[in-house]
Ligand binder design. Structure first.
Ligand code: HEM
Length: 410
């Protein structure tokens, strides 16, 4: 007889999930004193996992599959249908290679030159800025150029707003969710049209851009991808790059809230990378990753049954006291002398980036945020006027309430 998985009694706990947000899994791991427990969400039995060993299990592709794991409402907004997130096995590895072929040092440096140029343009934007809005336009203009996607000046606001809705609306109810679905149809149609033009040689993006490489990519059976799948995958580059705006806010917030660490970065005692890593560990962004049990197996004496929806606690694992000393302290120095494993630090997922579902854009994210630190400590001067800088542990994504207003930006 195996061990019994600790179980939260009751018919359904979806409301608790919405109420507790990022802390839902961590709270129960604490009260059960267990890195595994069972609950019910959206009418379904769900296993929740947290911690380094559990992350290693979750990213074992022989044990878990992404088939039917993401809720439909996220496919209709955040991810899109039939994208890399939903694939498994060779189909996944092949498609993932398409993404990773863009992530060379040279190509990431090209993106950084574009973001640097756009950041320097906002200095002339005026006296007061809302950093969330500015950062999104900076990132959108830069990533479209990087991806070979033409973006007319009079389209910037509309298309940027669509990207924002894609990542803000997935967990919303009511009108915001519907706006998110509309944004997805509109954005997919926009990119689909470009794919047609590329394939008929009316639009000629450079090699090493997402639009070029994805339009001409051949799947594992040698076929071009359907236009709508190319659109979903190009949006899998544009949308998350614009979503880095969330981390831009938390980075600039941290520079404001932790002046001692800011000074240490400026004086070179603390690396920018360490500061960025601590921002990604400390602040909430992605709460959990989802997969389904592929075939029955036993782990640590517990039985996992085929098909069971399983969530991995990303936020909680980054605040796990078994991995991090004083996890609720903001302390970038912890990353100066740090032993990384594929499973002990997972803000953007864990495991192997080429062969698993770990985020394809982790290096891009880190590089863009290091640049933000450079710009906001060395190049720009600005004032953070009084405003509501609190952020929620329930809203997803979480953001400082004021969206970070800055004045006297020079
Ligand atoms: C804003 C910061 C970002 C965060 C917090 C983030 C987070 C994540 C997470 C949690 C996953 C899923 C891991 C899993 O399912 O196990 C993921 C996957 C992915 N991310 Fe990111 N990401 C970010 C930025 C980016 C960027 C900038 C790009 C592209 C330029 C990107 C592209 C992708 C892709 C393509 C996947 C799917 C990978 C797969 O299924 O194999 N992300 N990301």
């Amino acid at each position: 007889m195996g061990k019994v998985i600790p179980k939260q009694e009751g018919l359904d706990h979806s409301v608790d999930f919405l109420r507790e947000g990022y802390l839902f899994v961590a709270n129960r791991r604490k009260s059960f004193q267990s890195n595994i427990f069972e609950t019910r969400l959206l009418g379904e039995r769900v296993i929740c996992l947290g911690g380094e060993d559990a992350a290693a299990l979750f990213y074992d592709a022989d044990k878990f599959t992404r088939q039917d794991a993401a809720p439909k409402r996220l496919l209709k907004t955040l991810f899109g249908e039939d994208g890399v997130q939903t694939l498994n096995g060779t189909a996944h590895t092949h498609r993932k290679r398409m993404f990773m072929s863009l992530m060379t040092k040279e190509n990431i440096d090209r993106l950084l030159r574009l973001t640097d140029r756009e950041w320097k343009r906002i200095r002339h934007a005026g006296e007061e800025i809302v950093l969330y809005d500015e950062a999104q336009q900076v990132l959108m203009k830069a990533v479209c150029e990087w991806a070979g996607v033409p973006l007319a000046r009079d389209e910037v606001a509309k298309r940027t707003d669509e990207m924002r809705l894609l990542f803000e609306s997935g967990t919303s109810l009511g009108p915001t969710y519907l706006q998110g679905r509309k944004a997805r149809s509109s954005a997919e149609a926009w990119i689909r049209q470009m794919v047609k033009e590329v394939r008929s040689n009316r639009l000629l993006p450079n090699k090493q851009t997402a639009l070029y490489e994805f339009s001409w990519h051949r799947d594992e059976s040698g076929e071009l991808l359907p236009e709508e799948v190319v659109a979903v995958e190009v949006l899998n580059i544009l949308r998350p790059t614009v979503a880095i705006s969330v981390y831009v806010l938390f980075t600039v917030l941290a520079l404001h809230q932790f002046p001692r660490e800011r000074a240490q970065v400026k004086q070179g005692q603390l690396s920018k990378t360490a500061f960025v890593q601590e921002v990604r560990r400390f602040y909430p962004f992605f709460p959990v990753a989802a997969a389904r049990v592929k075939t029955d197996f036993e782990w640590d004496g517990y039985t996992f049954t085929e098909g069971t929806l399983t969530l991995l606690d990303l936020y909680g694992t980054n605040h796990d006291s078994a991995i991090w000393a004083e996890p609720d302290q903001f302390n970038p120095a912890r990353f100066m002398d740090w032993k990384e494993s594929p499973f002990n630090f997972i803000p953007q997922g864990g495991g192997d980036v080429d062969f698993g579902h770990r985020c394809a854009g982790e290096h891009v994210t880190i590089a863009i945020l290091e640049q933000v630190i450079e710009l906001f400590t060395e190049e720009f001067s600005y004032t953070v006027p009084p405003q509501d800088l609190s952020y929620s542990f329930v809203d997803m994504p979480s953001l400082p309430k004021s969206k970070l207003r800055l004045t006297d930006v020079k």
